[in-house]
Design a protein around this ligand. Structure first.
Ligand SMILES: NC(=O)c1ccc[n+]([C@@H]2O[C@H](COP(=O)([O-])OP(=O)(O)OC[C@H]3O[C@@H](n4cnc5c(N)ncnc54)[C@H](O)[C@@H]3O)[C@@H](O)[C@H]2O)c1
Ligand SMILES: O=C(O)CC[C@@H](O)C(=O)O
Length: 530
């Protein structure tokens, strides 16, 4: 039974879902804050469910010997070392839509609070001061709202802005003109947004491109009296520059839900009367927390129990419906890759994967990832479907995928061709109606072989007497042959043999086979068979 640790304050709904799905779950909502304790225990778990407090660092990943999936109940995965998780073959999932509306509403609440100084007026009134003349606000109707990042949350904020009768402009290089029109916003470049917006609201992820998008220089380009809302990520604003701009009276106010360092227990902007702060509350509504907890638990359970992948940030999706049909094809792809990887000794330069017929109608990304994992494993050891594409890229392997309608006798097949420094090699296979993989072609030569735990692959010149000599050599070495698949390109041409044997083919036996007349190559090939 898979075991999951919930190390942040997720809604209890997640725990219920894991239990209902038959998963052993430990709910320790404060454990994520104790990184040493987390590193101590993480090795026991197959899954880790988190919000933002748990930092899944290199060190945690190194200690997570059995971890297969990290589920983030929320959007931002910047608290997870994704490259490290990917390299270790751990799927990282998030819930990209579950808290968007709630966070957009928080941004709007922050904008309204900023416009009317509601938190300050509230504190003053509670203190019995009745400072009616101190709190003069601004009206939002007719004002220009500048949205930086118009994705899930930014677009909801934009439409709410339109609803408030604001003029909404947006900077987002990936926003299409059609989508902008549909949202009722004007697409502009960053400098135009900075120059025109009365209120700027940030909704991008934190990346190398967006870090400090509101830099000192950018803030200098804003209108005097601009107000700034950040409910996205702390690093998007140069906080020192923001403080200076507020102190100088250029920026009229800022509403911050997020900070460069969190938890933010002290900050240069704390105590500033023009700054409103909340402790990263954007996603904190009962509705959003229940939704993200439910979604992340379902997604993680699906992956751990069926292999279905939803909302992974480091792997292609595999839906629960397609997972059973796809599974034997993924397995075939991995075996084709494994075969090619085991018989190849030089560096792989190119990989081409052809998907024909029914194979081309399925999730080819998943099959490609599996083929790459099989291919690289003999060379790099610890690799799986998650880490294989990135490892292939790191090794400079050029990958191409080709899809083709059914042309041959099989309803569908996959052919993997690899180009090494020395040669080009191909292997093809299909899945029979019993769900079992079959190799149907090697080096363009047809054959019919079921991959098995222990196999011997030979290439030889097609001359009489070879099969007898091979059988005798194996028999004398005590190697029992369970199945023998043969093929040749033409009479007297190149021939191949793929034999299933009962035990591992030893190096000594391989040497004897290589010494037989007409043998060009002899390789031991092994597969993990269920
Ligand atoms: N405060 C919170 O509690 C809270 C809750 C949820 C999400 N978030 C954060 O809100 C942010 C937005 O989330 P989302 O779900 O809308 O993400 P999203 O991916 O749907 O949208 C992000 C948008 O930013 C745009 N973008 C990317 N790079 C850009 C750049 N250089 N300049 C301008 N635009 C750029 C993208 O094209 C995209 O449209 C994320 O940082 C997320 O982590 C915060
Ligand atoms: O879990 C939270 O409270 C914060 C979530 C938010 O930052 C997100 O990226 O989804």
């Amino acid at each position: 039974m898979p075991k999951v640790l919930v190390s942040d304050a997720l809604s209890e709904r997640a725990v219920e879902i894991f239990r209902e799905r038959g998963i052993d779950v430990d709910f320790q909502p404060d454990l994520g804050k104790d990184k040493d304790k987390l590193a101590e225990v993480i090795g026991q778990y197959d899954g880790l469910a988190i919000r933002s407090a748990t930092k899944v660092t290199d060190k945690i990943i190194a200690a997570a010997a059995n971890l297969r999936v990290i589920g983030r109940a929320g959007i931002g995965v910047d608290n997870v070392d994704i490259p490290k998780a990917t390299a270790r073959g751990i799927v990282v999932m998030n819930t990209p839509f579950g808290n968007s509306t709630t966070t957009a509403e928080h941004a709007i609440a922050m904008m309204l609070s900023l416009a009317r100084q509601i938190p300050q007026a509230n504190a003053s009134t509670h203190a019995g001061k009745w400072e009616k003349s101190r709190f003069m606000g601004i009206e939002l109707t007719g004002k220009t709202l500048g949205v930086i990042g118009c994705g899930n949350i930014g677009s909801i904020v934009a439409t709410r802005g339109v609803g408030l009768k604001m003029r909404v402009i947006a900077f987002d290089p990936y926003l299409s003109p059609e989508r902008a029109q549909q949202l009722g916003v004007e697409k502009v470049d960053l400098d135009t947004l900075l120059a025109r917006a009365d209120i700027i609201t940030l909704h991008t992820p934190l990346t190398d491109k967006t870090r400090n998008i509101l830099s000192r220089e950018a803030l200098a380009k804003t209108r005097k009296g601009v107000r700034i809302v950040n409910c996205a990520r702390g690093g998007l604003i140069d906080e020192e520059a923001l403080k200076d701009a507020i102190d100088a009276g250029h920026v009229a106010g800022a509403a911050l839900d997020v900070f460069a360092v969190e938890p933010a227990k002290e900050h240069p902007l704390f105590g500033n009367e023009n700054v409103i702060c909340t402790p990263h509350l954007g996603a904190s509504t009962e509705e959003a927390q229940e939704t993200v907890a439910l979604q992340v638990a379902e997604q993680m359970a699906d992956y751990l129990l069926t292999g279905a992948v939803t909302n992974a940030v480091n792997m292609p999706s595999i839906s629960a419906e397609e997972a059973p049909r796809l599974k034997p094809w993924v397995r075939l792809a991995e075996m084709l890759g494994s075969f090619a990887g085991q018989v190849t000794e030089s560096a792989i330069k190119e990989v081409e994967i052809l998907f024909e017929g029914v194979a081309s109608e399925m999730n080819v990304k998943a099959m490609t990832s599996a083929a790459l994992a099989g291919l690289l494993r003999p060379q790099v050891g610890d690799v799986n479907m998650v880490s294989a594409p990135i490892m292939a890229k790191e090794r400079g392997i050029v990958l191409s995928e080709v899809k083709r309608d059914k042309m041959g006798v099989f309803d569908g097949y996959i052919r993997l061709t690899i180009q090494t420094e020395k040669q080009r090699r191909s292997v093809a296979g299909t899945v029979f109606s019993d769900g079992k993989p079959r190799f149907i072609q090697i080096k363009g030569i047809n054959l019919d072989a079921e991959p098995a735990a222990h196999m011997l692959y030979t290439t030889n010149a097609d001359k009489p007497g070879y099969i007898g000599a091979l059988g005798t050599t194996l028999g004398e070495a005590g190697v029992n042959i369970a199945a023998f698949a043969l093929g040749r390109d033409k009479e007297g041409g190149d021939a191949i043999a793929l034999l299933t044997v009962d035990d591992v083919v030893s190096d000594a036996v391989l040497e004897k086979v290589r010494d037989l007349p007409h043998v060009l190559q002899a390789k031991r090939v092994e597969f993990d068979v269920e």
